[in-house]
Design a protein around this ligand. Structure first.
Ligand SMILES: NC(=O)c1ccc[n+]([C@@H]2O[C@H](COP(=O)([O-])OP(=O)(O)OC[C@H]3O[C@@H](n4cnc5c(N)ncnc54)[C@H](OP(=O)(O)O)[C@@H]3O)[C@@H](O)[C@H]2O)c1
Length: 305
C-alpha cells in the first residue's frame, strides 16, 4: 500500500514522517518547480519530536509531472484554498479505486473535491495534531492530538472502509473513524470562526481574546451565529458552543492561530473556507450573520484575505 502525500508543508511532512516510522514508503509530492530546484539526489526528511530528539529519513520526492505510477492512496495536505487545484494536478494519475484523504481546515473544499472526484472515494479528516516547519523538509511536531476520519458524500462499502483502516493501522497516530465527518468539521469550524479571524484582527494570541469586554462580546456574537446556522442546517450543536470556544482560548492561551500567523506574514488565510463558508451557508438558509460579515469586512480593510 503506497500513500502519496500532496504538499510538503507542516502537515504533509508530519504525516510523511508517521508513514516512514511505520516502515511504509510514502511518496511526497511537490510542485514541479520546487522538485526541479532541489540540490540533492538523496533528500532526507527531518522530524523534531516533542522530546527534543530529531530523526532523519531518506524520502522519495516526486511532482505530478515526474510520477510514473498511479496513485492508490492520496493524502492532501495543502491549505484549503489550494486543495482543489492540487488534486486536479494529479487527476490523470488517480486509479479508479483511489482513496483521497483530505486534511484541510474549514469547509467547502472537501465538498467541491468529493463532487468532482465522485468515482473515487473521498475522505475528510479533522486533526488536533500540531506541527510547524523549521526549514524545507524539516518539520517540528508541536503537539500530539487525535485525528478523526470519515467519508465525504456517499457511504463507502465495508471493504473500502477496511482498505483505508488497514492502510493506516500501523501509523503511530491516534485515529478515530467517524460518520458523518461533517459534524467534526463543523465543530472545528465553530471554534475557528470565533477565534481565528479575531486573532488576526487584534494581532493577538488566542488567550488574549478573553482579555476585554469588547473581545468577549465579539467571540459570543460570532459563536451565536454559528449556532444559528447549524440549527437552520439541521446540524446538532454539542452543548454550549461558547463555553467550548472559551475553553479553547484558555487551553491554547499562548498560541498564535494559523490565521494570525498567515496575516502577519502577508500570506492568504483560510478564512474564505471558515467564516466565508459560514456566511455563504447562512445566506442559502436565510440566516443573518452580521458579526461574521463585519469581521470579514474589517479584515479585508486591513488587507487580510
Ligand atoms: N500545521 C498544523 O499544525 C495544522 C494543524 C491542524 C490542521 N492543519 C490544516 O492542515 C492543512 C495544511 O496546513 P499546513 O500547516 O501543513 O500548511 P503549509 O505548511 O502551508 O503547507 C501546505 C503545503 O502545500 C503545498 N502545496 C500547495 N499547493 C500545492 C500543489 N498544487 N502541489 C504541491 N504542493 C502544494 C505548499 O507548497 P508551496 O509552498 O509551494 O505553495 C505547502 O508546502 C491546512 O488546512 C491547515 O489548516 C494544520
Amino acid at each position: 500500500m503506497t500513500w502519496h502525500i500532496m504538499g510538503a508543508g507542516s502537515m504533509g511532512c508530519l504525516w510523511t514522517a508517521q508513514f516512514l516510522k511505520a516502515g511504509m514508503k510514502p511518496t511526497l509530492l511537490l510542485r514541479e518547480q520546487r522538485l526541479h530546484t532541489l540540490q540533492t539526489k538523496d533528500p532526507v526528511l527531518a522530524i523534531e519530536e516533542l522530546d527534543g530528539t530529531t530523526h532523519h529519513y531518506p524520502i522519495n520526492l516526486e511532482s505530478p509531472q515526474s510520477l510514473t505510477t498511479s496513485i492508490e492512496y492520496l493524502l492532501v495536505c495543502t491549505k484549503a484554498q489550494d486543495a482543489e487545484a492540487a488534486v486536479h494536478s494529479v487527476a490523470d494519475q488517480l486509479s479508479d479505486q483511489c482513496q483521497i484523504l483530505l486534511m484541510q481546515n474549514g469547509l467547502g473544499s472537501q465538498q467541491a473535491i468529493a463532487q468532482h472526484f465522485s468515482s473515487q472515494t473521498v475522505w475528510a479528516a479533522s486533526t488536533t495534531e500540531g506541527a510547524w516547519m523549521k526549514d524545507f523538509l524539516h518539520v517540528c511536531h508541536a503537539g500530539h492530538g487525535s485525528t478523526w476520519i470519515g467519508p465525504m458524500g456517499h457511504t463507502p462499502d465495508e471493504s473500502t472502509w477496511q482498505g483505508l483502516r488497514s492502510s493506516l493501522e500501523k501509523l503511530p497516530v491516534d485515529i478515530q473513524y467517524t460518520h458523518p465527518i461533517e459534524l467534526k468539521l463543523w465543530d472545528k469550524l465553530a471554534v475557528n470562526c470565533a477565534i481565528n479571524g479575531l486573532t488576526a484582527l487584534y494581532d493577538c494570541k488566542n488567550g488574549e481574546l478573553l482579555d476585554t469586554e469588547e473581545r468577549r462580546a465579539r467571540l459570543a456574537a460570532l459563536t451565536e451565529e454559528v449556532t444559528q446556522v447549524r440549527s437552520a442546517a439541521g446540524i446538532p450543536t454539542p452543548g454550549n458552543l461558547l463555553e467550548l470556544v472559551k475553553q479553547v482560548c484558555r487551553d491554547t492561551a499562548m498560541n498564535n492561530s494559523s490565521t494570525c500567523m498567515d496575516a502577519r506574514q502577508g500570506r492568504k488565510t483560510e478564512l474564505t473556507f471558515i467564516n466565508g463558508y459560514l456566511i455563504e451557508q447562512a445566506a442559502k438558509l436565510g440566516v443573518k450573520t452580521p458579526a461574521n460579515q463585519q469581521l470579514m469586512r474589517e479584515l479585508a480593510n486591513l488587507g487580510i484575505q
